[in-house]
Design a protein around this ligand. Sequence first.
Ligand code: ZN
Length: 117
Amino acid sequence: MTTSMPHILQHQVHAFICPCCGYEEETVGEGPQAFGAEVFETVTCPRCKESWRNEYRLFATRHKASDEVAIVQTQPLAALMALDAMSWLDEDPCNTPELAAAKKQAREALAGAQKPN
Ligand SMILES: [Zn+2]
């Protein structure tokens, strides 16, 4: 939790919520501007007048007809896929609770990225 954006967790689930004051209305922004595989969007809250920049990065490309997904190789998800392929994300009764939780989070991130649209 940050001090300048106390509502950041809600904002990152619902991008229309102000990360600063929690105002739940459409914010006004400029952009989005695309630079290569990255997209930036500067947004201002109409209530508290704070501004922030949402930064997006291409992580996957999906073929529309076949639903085939290609994860961008430089993205963290590609590293998780490599670990998963080596069974490093499998549940193991010897894992500490922290490691078991991290593996679960990694499996869920992979499943979320690859789920059919
Ligand atoms: Zn606000």
